[in-house]
Design a protein around this ligand. Structure first.
Ligand SMILES: CC(C)(COP(=O)(O)OP(=O)(O)OC[C@H]1O[C@@H](n2cnc3c(N)ncnc32)[C@H](O)[C@@H]1OP(=O)(O)O)[C@@H](O)C(=O)NCCC(=O)NCCS
Length: 165
């Protein structure tokens, strides 16, 4: 079995990670198809600020980009920060690599790093089908939210929280 290698993303990863995000999010289940179609172009593009943040990562498996995800102190959408609080950002595993522990490794990396940097609470705006993934890592559901991706484009999501000890 090939090992999963985690490395920091860079702006040079924009094309490869946009391809990965597109392949992953195109398969999202549990959403109204029309609403999802409007949100997909926004969700499926790698975020340049995240790529340059130093806390956004690529998981490589068998020499391919198998997953991506990271964390920031800024809350997605608003850019607000709060002492001791971090936010999980833009996680996805390519459909060819699902259920092999790729996202789990990425999330573990983010949790460990955030804790080392003084974060006590990690928040996630989980897609509807990813709730079980975050729950498996100890996140608890707070409430259903609507994430405004752009004016008039809203994606239902689940706000989740992990307290770091
Ligand atoms: C959510 C996602 C990132 C999980 O990626 P993954 O690499 O397949 O996840 P892992 O293999 O690391 O799973 C770890 C654990 O999470 C849970 N889990 C993951 N996917 C699950 C699913 N579809 N249903 C139920 N539990 C799931 C399981 O407990 C799993 O452990 P197990 O395989 O030993 O049972 C992936 O399904 C994905 O890209 N989804 C579409 C994009 C998305 O919704 N991203 C989240 C943005 S907030």
């Amino acid at each position: 079995m090939d090992a999963i290698v985690i490395r920091a993303a860079t702006p040079d990863d924009e094309a490869i990670l946009s391809d990965l995000l597109s392949a992953s999010y195109a398969r999202l289940k549990g959403y109204d198809p029309r609403g999802l179609a409007n949100a997909l172009p926004l969700m499926s593009t790698a975020n340049p600020k995240l790529l340059a943040s130093g806390t956004y990562y690529v998981a490589e498996f068998a020499a391919r980009a198998a997953g991506c995800g990271g964390w920031t102190r800024e809350k997605p959408g608003t850019g607000e920060t709060s002492d001791g609080v971090g936010h999980i950002r833009h996680f996805a595993t390519h459909p060819d690599f699902l259920r092999r522990g790729v996202a789990k490794r990425l999330l573990r990396h983010c949790i460990d790093e955030a804790r080392q940097r003084g974060v006590h609470v990690l928040m996630s705006q989980s897609t509807l089908p990813a709730e079980s993934f975050y729950a498996s890592a100890g996140f608890r559901r707070l409430n259903a939210i609507d994430v405004e991706m752009a004016p008039g484009i809203v994606l239902p999501a689940i706000e989740m929280r992990l307290d770091l000890s």
